[in-house]
Design a binder for this molecule. Structure first.
Ligand code: 13P
Ligand code: MG
Ligand code: MG
Length: 376
């Protein structure tokens, strides 16, 4: 049978700053998911949060980009927004950037990652397992480095040397600065075009992995949200905070191969006011963003798909592990190092990125005060 996994997330308000949603908001979304399962819209669903972003993970038979599923998620976020507003939460409805989307929340603010595939439970995929990554306080390219390493570098994924994966993976990369006429996408194969892929992915504010496919089996391995909220809103409204849905095992990398590059805690665009370069710290699910310097965080849940298409009964929290403590310490050290130079140089994002925020107004006022002094 054809099955679709849909991951849709949005920040619709948080308590005491950009930290986490309230329990009431989460419970309201959960209640709607339960009702949607009862009604037959969804096979299964689970609601989590990573920092202040609420993430709805769903399985269903409607296919990707289905208006009923997208409208369901939108309405659930609207219900949570009303509760956020009642509590005086910060940024109530923050990521709901249009009045009412026309049946698809892509481009309306929420982040979407979806894969539709044939769920055969037969060789070469007798079992179906998948990971859901959710990142908060991050630019849209936060997964560029870890996923390139997992899908194209045998130093991180020894599985690439197996016959099932040795042909490599196909990367669909989106130019997020160009939205004219639709999505601007380039398709490049690894390993042959690894250097070209790296050339693009080094700039995570502009280029992002949108999807990854197995070249041998032509099956989709990964789907990522790649929205630039400031491109939709025309100004800074909050950070993009991308989600990634990744099928694992068999002819795809194993979870351990996918999560090991996150031990690098790479600097990504994000942090306070979405305007800094800060290390990406792996955290357990349902972690609030607190701490001393608004660290970008990423969570990772692993699931198995039951024959019925249900998945929520059991999960594995991959970043809730004692080994994570060492990695988190490394992230804190890298954060302290870069925070020690405050606003200076690479600690903050380049002006192009700050252009959408209030920093632009301060800059424009100053630029007007410059006077031309003729050289003698
Ligand atoms: P969020 O995008 O997670 O709401 O964070 C925005 C921000 O400006 C944090 O300082
Ligand atoms: Mg927020
Ligand atoms: Mg957020």
């Amino acid at each position: 049978m054809k099955i679709t996994l849909s991951v849709i997330k949005a920040d619709v308000g948080s308590i005491g700053g950009h930290t986490k949603p309230t329990d009431k908001m989460i419970n309201a979304v959960k209640k709607r998911v339960t009702a949607a399962i009862k009604k037959g819209l969804l096979i299964d669903g689970m609601v989590t949060h990573t920092g202040d972003d609420i993430c709805i993970i769903m399985s269903h038979k409607k296919g990707s980009d289905h208006p009923a599923v997208h409208t369901f998620a939108w309405d659930a976020f609207i219900a949570a927004t009303e509760l956020a507003d009642q509590c005086g939460c910060y940024g109530a409805g923050q990521d709901l950037l249009v009045d009412a989307p026309s049946g698809n929340v892509r481009g309306a603010g929420p982040g979407v990652a979806e894969i539709t595939f044939d769920f055969k439970r037969k060789k070469p995929r007798p079992a179906e397992s998948f990971l859901v990554f959710a990142a908060d306080k991050c630019g849209p390219g936060a997964y560029n480095l870890p996923l390139l390493l997992a899908f194209a570098d045998p130093m991180y994924c020894a599985g690439l040397m197996l016959p099932k994966m040795i042909k490599g993976f196909r990367f669909e990369i989106i130019d997020m600065n160009n939205t004219k006429g639709g999505d601007h996408i380039i398709t490049l194969d690894a390993p042959e075009h690894l250097y070209e892929i790296a050339m693009l992915l080094r700039d995570g504010e502009r280029f992002g992995i949108k999807a990854i496919y197995s070249r041998e089996y032509k099956e989709q391995a990964a789907s990522l949200s790649t929205d630039r909220l400031h491109s939709i809103a025309g100004k800074y409204t909050g950070k993009d905070d991308p989600v990634a849905l990744i099928r694992t095992q068999g002819f795809f990398p194993a979870p351990e191969e996918l999560i090991s590059p996150f031990a690098k805690v790479p600097y990504v665009g994000g942090g306070a006011r979405g305007s800094h370069n800060m290390p990406l710290m792996p955290v357990p699910i349902n972690t609030a963003v607190t701490g001393l310097y608004c660290l970008p965080i990423v969570s990772c849940l692993g699931f198995s798909l039951a024959p019925s298409g249900r998945f929520s009964e059991y999960h594995t929290d991959f970043f809730d592990n004692p080994a994570g403590e060492l990695v988190r310490l490394k992230a804190q050290e890298k954060a302290l190092a870069i925070r020690s130079q405050g606003w200076y140089g690479n600690a903050m994002l380049p002006y192009d990125e700050l252009e959408y925020s209030g920093f632009k107004d301060t800059m424009n006022k100053l630029l007007k005060k410059f006077k031309v002094v003729k050289r003698k």
